[in-house]
Design a binder for this molecule. Structure first.
Ligand code: NAD
Length: 451
């Protein structure tokens, strides 16, 4: 089980779930956040069967990939579905967009709480004709809008699959399984691109990281500690790293999950070397590196000193770049390796008082864009998560009003948990995600910020 995050009390959430709060909410039409269904070992992936529609190239492969799900082909008005999955790859003209309406409109009221909508398309930039490119691009606006209409913790995503993906579309499986599960609870309104590589399913989808060595920086507390826990749950051997001053908390994280602790300031000039030597000596190398360590030093630019600027750029951007380059150059990050960066919605939308942080987290997205094709030559993927409002010590320090607004400003009307970010990172880390590179997935409950 992942750690409970130690965020500040969610005043609005507690109030709205109390008897007087619920009464007032229904009278005044106030938004009511749903309790999100989250992963528990042994529970079914979805709260109901999958309704599968569409007649493109992916419907049949998807049916085969979901052999352990209950899949229906036609809508039964008395059934609540765990997911509505539509293969829109056959939509190659504007006229055919009507297929979206025909499938989804009658089924919208039949989605269970915490249900999933997944639309599958073909990467628009890579299709053959102008008409098809227009129609495929339209899927994005459709899916993001559907996601905004869904209620009771349900979410909606679009997956673009490379047009040259094999006929079995095995590269899609890890993405599909992540989206069609409680692990993607706080991922909403996202577009994920899947490449053409074939994938091999892990021996167990409950232990996909078996035999892998993973490093998580900034793992003494918060999101990093939960990433380490989820990795250990998924079977990885975990190295948790943090600054020497966080030694006590780091040991606690390590002891809890049987990880190995490494006191490491990621900004140290020899950080990559120390990490490489440590990992090679103990475990023979590294398969997964998560650059989670991050800091904020907020000030309006007019009042900012050089120290605040430099420290944020160094920890959040320069260090991950230097460490990835070092590990790859030394061959310590192995063939088939995974690099996962932590950006932020502040790096997409910008944020007042965060010119340093916004620059660093947008730079992280640039790192994913630039390094993805280069690392692909070595069979290494690189992706990032961009968390929105996550309940941690970092967000507990935000003033009350802004904090409540941050929670409510998403389609799911609440903040996320550290485990939501960790599950998304674990999806990228999976060996079965070898066709997934160059993505930035927001874990923000479809926050309006930067949408
Ligand atoms: P946190 O402050 O709780 O934890 C960050 C950890 O990084 C700490 O343990 C800290 O000691 C460590 N760290 C800082 N500088 C380091 C260095 N030089 N070397 C090694 N470790 C270092 O923060 P969090 O909320 O868990 O955030 C984790 C990541 O998620 C950060 O990159 C942050 O920018 C990002 N993020 C968080 C949120 C949120 O809502 N909490 C939103 C968007 C992005």
């Amino acid at each position: 089980m992942a750690a409970k995050s130690k965020g500040a009390p969610n005043l609005y959430g507690s109030f709205i779930h109390s008897a007087p709060g619920a009464f007032l909410a229904s009278k005044l039409g106030l938004p009511q956040p749903a309790e999100l269904r989250r992963y528990k070992a042994g529970e079914p992936a979805l709260p109901g069967p999958v309704l599968l529609g569409g007649k493109g190239r992916l419907a049949e492969p998807v049916r085969a990939l979901l052999s352990d799900y209950t899949v229906a082909d036609s809508l039964d008005s008395g059934t609540k579905y765990g997911a509505l999955v539509f293969d829109a790859t056959g939509i190659d003209s504007i006229d055919k967009l009507a297929q979206l309406f025909e499938f989804f409109q009658p089924a919208m009221r039949n989605l269970a709480p915490s249900g999933r909508v997944v639309v599958l398309g073909t990467t628009p930039e890579l299709v053959g004709s102008v008409d098809e490119q227009i129609a495929q691009r339209a899927l994005e606006g459709f899916t993001r809008s559907v996601a905004k209409e869904l209620l009771r913790g349900a979410t909606g995503q679009l997956v673009y699959v490379h047009p040259e993906a094999g006929t079995a579309a095995t590269g899609l499986e890890s993405t599909l399984r992540f989206l069609l599960s409680a692990k993607s609870a706080f991922v909403d309104g996202q577009v994920i691109r899947v490449g053409k590589n074939e994938s091999v399913a892990p021996a167990s989808w409950d232990k996909p990281l078996d035999g892998k060595v993973a490093v998580v920086t900034g793992a003494a507390r918060g999101i990093g500690a939960t990433i380490a826990e989820v990795f250990a749950r998924d079977g990885a051997t975990v190295i948790v790293a943090d600054i020497p001053a966080a030694g006590e908390a780091l040991s606690a994280t390590a002891n809890k999950i049987g990880a190995t602790a490494l006191a490491l300031d990621v900004t140290a000039p020899d950080a990559a070397e120390r990490l490489a030597d440590f990992a090679v000596e103990r475990f023979g190398g590294i398969d997964i590196v998560v650059h989670n360590a991050g800091i904020t030093r907020d000030k309006l630019l007019a009042n900012m000193d050089e120290g605040r600027w430099n420290s944020v750029i160094n920890v959040n951007l320069a260090a991950p770049h230097r460490i990835t380059s070092g590990l790859v150059a030394k061959g310590v990050l192995k063939e088939g390796g995974r690099v996962i960066d932590v950006s932020s919605i502040a790096g997409i939308a910008g944020n007042r008082g965060q010119t340093n942080y916004g620059a660093s987290k947008a730079g992280v997205i640039g790192m994913v864009d630039a390094e993805s094709p280069v690392l692909a030559e070595k069979g290494i993927t690189i992706n990032a998560v961009a968390p929105g409002f996550i309940e941690t010590a970092m967000t507990a320090a935000i003033p009350l009003g802004t904090r409540e607004a941050g929670r409510l400003m998403s389609s799911l009307l609440q903040g996320g948990q550290t485990v939501d970010v960790a599950e998304t990172i674990a999806y990228f880390a999976s060996p079965a995600s070898n066709a997934v590179s160059g993505n930035v997935v927001r874990v923000c409950g479809q926050s309006l910020i930067g949408a």
